[in-house]
Write a protein that binds this ligand. Structure first.
Ligand SMILES: Nc1nc2c(ncn2[C@@H]2O[C@H](COP(=O)(O)OP(=O)(O)OP(=O)(O)O)[C@@H](O)[C@H]2O)c(=O)[nH]1
Ligand SMILES: [Mg+2]
Length: 485
């Protein structure tokens, strides 16, 4: 009795765990949404954080904080959310674990943005440049945060270094690929607004704007150094994206770095507290819901968007904007392929080969035009267009086969009819040659009218052979008849 009781308890618990149906009842905590895989090179989704997001039915916006490791990202997020280190994101010195992957605070801030109630999630990310992981991993975290968020806070402990600019190459590529209008359409996908946050008042008399402008100014490259050239190019693009980036500085909250978590607002530097409040207002004033293809995403859609993006970023050795463009274009590509298939499906088969070719060309052009009008991406969309063309060809091959099959079925039936008719005419007693020929002519005419498509030529040959063979047979029978008389 006792054993069977425990067996059933254990099975219920196991069933519960396997089905994954237990739900979180306290969202006042931080959850991982993305975690490193065991090799610490790729990323994988984490269920709890996604559950916190997918329950939201209003449009979603996200603020992500990125930056070098141990630069105070988690502490800053707690400050922005008015949380102590003990309830909010894990802060370095007090917990063994530093931030791994990407975390979300389970309860979004509700904001009214242009009259629309929006849930703003705050995301904490794993710091760059810590030992024991690859640059590619850092790039994946960075790329994911850039694509997911509406405001990307680049937290810098001191100043902007060359490496920080280089890291933005992905954001720049992304912006170049997605910004602006695609052939008269509304902005299809807007990457995050960049907020340079310089911590610790390291400005030495410069304003933070001057500092960012200085960092984005071209560096002379008299020796034609390739690396300087590359960073200069990123600087140019960042300058072009100018209105999409802002700079802000925060002084040290307190000199006692390791005691920060135990200090209340009254103990912190009043200038820090004042500027922190200004930063909250700044974030609230620039944030917008995440729009994908002209539509704000609710929680569930945001999660599925995240799943697709993550899959694309994990693809291949390095995260690339090309694979992201493919993700965005996937749905459009499927719709255009469906349009082609529907057009071709309406054709009455069998039909002559040339007419089928013409119909294919017309439908293909229509599908390619629809794709051209709706697609994402400036440079990488070509790949998706080529893929659509390939998939159209595959469907066309099947239509050709169906046409061949229908044509041969129809012609075969007509041919067999003629064959039977000829057999009947041959065996009739005393049929005249004229009657025989008239019978064949009638049969041939209905064959010519009825047999359509690629099998026609083949069956026409067979008809000619049959005519010859039937005539011979006809004479043979007549000769035999006259002998027997
Ligand atoms: N002096 C000073 N220390 C800070 C500041 N912000 C955070 N710290 C301290 O820096 C240490 C690391 O802070 P975290 O917030 O965990 O840093 P992080 O960037 O999230 O670190 P990772 O998750 O490992 O990348 C902690 O001891 C914080 O108390 C700051 O603005 N000034
Ligand atoms: Mg952290």
């Amino acid at each position: 009795m006792e054993i069977s009781y425990w067996v059933s308890v254990v099975s219920i618990v196991l069933l519960f765990l396997v089905s994954g149906s237990f739900s979180i009842d306290n969202f006042h905590q931080a959850f991982p949404i993305v975690e490193p895989d065991p090799g610490h090179t790729k990323l994988r989704l984490s269920r709890e954080g996604l559950e916190a997001i997918s329950r939201i039915t209003t449009p979603i916006a996200a603020v992500a904080v990125i930056g070098p490791y141990r630069s105070g990202k988690s502490f800053l997020l707690n400050q922005l959310l008015s949380l102590s280190c003990y309830e909010g994101f894990g802060v370095g010195h007090m917990r063994d674990t530093k931030t791994k992957g990407i975390w979300v605070w389970g309860t979004p801030l509700e904001l009214d943005i242009d009259g629309v109630r929006t849930s703003v999630f705050y995301l904490d990310t794993e710091g760059f440049e810590s030992i024991g992981k690859s640059n590619v991993y850092d790039d994946r975290i960075f790329a994911l945060a850039t694509v997911m968020s509406s405001v990307l806070i680049y937290n810098l402990p001191e100043t902007i270094r060359e490496a920080d600019i280089s890291r933005l190459s992905f954001a720049v590529e992304l912006a170049e690929e997605f910004y602006g209008r695609v052939k008269g359409q509304d902005v299809a996908f807007e990457p995050a607004k960049l907020l340079w946050l310089i911590q610790r008042d390291f400005l030495q008399g410069k304003s933070v704007k001057e500092m960012v402008d200085d960092a984005l100014r071209h560096v002379p490259n008299t020796n034609g150094d390739k690396n300087i050239d590359q960073v200069n190019q990123i600087r140019d693009s960042l300058a072009v994206m100018g209105d999409n980036s802002t700079a802000f500085s925060l002084p040290q909250p307190h000199l006692m770095r390791t005691k920060l978590c135990d200090l209340k607002d009254d103990d912190l530097d009043p200038i820090y507290v004042k500027k922190r409040e200004q930063l909250k207002e700044l974030v609230a004033s620039v944030i917008r819901p995440k729009i994908v293809q002209g539509k704000p995403l609710n929680g569930k859609e945001f999660v599925s968007f995240l799943e697709q993006i993550l899959e694309a970023l994990n693809k291949g050795e390095i995260p690339s904007t090309g694979s992201l463009v493919e993700v965005f274009n996937k749905g459009i590509l499927e719709r255009c392929l469906k349009l082609y298939s529907e057009r071709m499906g309406k054709l009455g088969l069998p039909m002559p080969e040339q007419s089928l070719r013409d119909a294919h060309e017309r439908s293909r052009e229509e599908a390619m035009k629809a794709f051209d009008e709706q697609h994402f991406g400036r440079h990488h969309a070509k790949r998706s267009a080529e893929q659509l063309d390939e998939e159209v060809k595959e469907v066309y091959k099947n239509v050709i086969m169906a046409n061949e099959y229908q044509s041969s079925k129809l012609c075969e039936a007509l041919y067999t009819q003629c064959e039977d008719r000829m057999d009947q005419l041959q065996v009739l007693r005393l049929p005249s040659m004229a009657k025989f020929n008239a019978g064949f002519l009638q049969c041939n005419q209905s064959f010519e009218r009825g047999c359509i498509g690629p099998s026609k030529a083949n069956y026409e040959q067979r008809m000619t052979k049959q005519e010859r063979w039937s005539s011979i047979q006809f004479y043979r029978l007549r000769v035999l008849e006259s002998i027997s008389k």
